[in-house]
Design a protein around this ligand. Sequence first.
Ligand SMILES: *[C@@H]1O[C@H](CO)[C@@H](O)[C@H](O)[C@H]1NC(C)=O
Ligand SMILES: *[C@@H]1O[C@H](CO)[C@@H](O)[C@H](O)[C@H]1NC(C)=O
Length: 400
Amino acid sequence: MIPLIRRARPHARWTGDGPRSSLEDDEEVDGHTYQHSRQSGSGIFRITVVIPTLVFLTVLVTGLMSMAESMSSSSYLTYSTVPGFFLQDEPDTDPNAFDYVASNFGLINRTYDTDEEFDPHGDKPQWERFENKMRSLARDSGKGVHYKVLFLGRHGEGYHNVAESFYGTEAWDCYWSLQDGNETSTWVDAHLTETGIAQAETAHHAWEKQIENKVPAPESYYVSPLNRCLATASITFSGLELPNIDPFQPTVKELLRETIGLHTCDRRSSKSAIAEEYPHYRFEPDFSDEDVLWDAKSRESDSARSARLRKLLDDIFTNDDNVFISLTAHSGAITSILEVIGHRKFQLATGAMIPVVVKAERISGEHPEEPVEPPTTAPKCEINPIGASTARGVAVSTKA
Ligand SMILES: *[C@@H]1O[C@H](CO)[C@@H](O)[C@H](O)[C@H]1NC(C)=O
Ligand SMILES: *[C@@H]1O[C@H](CO)[C@@H](O)[C@H](O)[C@H]1NC(C)=O
């Protein structure tokens, strides 16, 4: 085998019997070689080698070309909010006075251009016409354009929320947020308080009411891995008359978590502990058992958090074809999502929820560089944090 290959390979060169005289002879020699080869029958052999070689080269070149192409034709998603559907998008809606329960999640009473065909007699409820409008937007959007409705829910009150208002933000940030708790309260991977559980029950009843009003059911559910969100999502959605939630099986998404680092309330439990408490919950692929992102010494900057939530949206908009999507997350995470989709600032109370209509467009080229601030360390305490608790403890005890 080897000698045959060696004879066949240099077929453009001299492989004849006579001595090779000079460079000028090459052409001639080559001609001779060709004839010689044919005469000797090695031409057949040559074809059997040349064709696979050509095939190999073609595959190689095609591979290199598509690599080059994919490198040069990179693309990214750009997001925008589609206003006109919900009160929370309107500049004159006051976030502090807004009540998602009383206002049908903020759905604006109006007609859509798709009503005429869908609802010729004008007797379909607002949510049904909204769903039809959204599905037709999603269906008729051009190549590389996606529309989704994101139901953004914040967890109910957790023990860390209580502690922050008990000690004050200053003492909280410089000292107490770094502790697992105090003598009587624990806030590491903070759990819901009684109030937080009640807020999630309020969300449950709000959904119940909107289901009667024909709200479109979320087709996918994503949840932050922090306990307060796992619990809020469970209380909110379990037992509702919605498809695919018996049992309720949201997907736990690492990137949906709150600002990472320093604060122990934002350190998650292990995957196995989560799976033990919520056996029906699914985990996204590659979800690590231990929390490898949390760091006791530094805290993610707001811009880094927004870059992370943009990655989460990229993931969802690339891999999830559903239109109606529920996300149960945090104040900071939702602030970042709203920022990435160009929505006005809209601070949610604990346990509150707002839907937003999002358009994503795939743009070719590199995503424009956005400055990402480095992580920060805990501020130095300018006050005695222990004193802060005593001062307020007195205030609390006078109340009691
Ligand atoms: C929208 O319509 C519903 C049902 O007719 C009504 O209950 C609700 O009060 C209306 N909302 C607004 C803001 O007008
Ligand atoms: C611990 O913090 C909670 C608030 O999170 C407060 O109500 C409680 O009084 C504190 N316990 C002590 C012993 O200071």
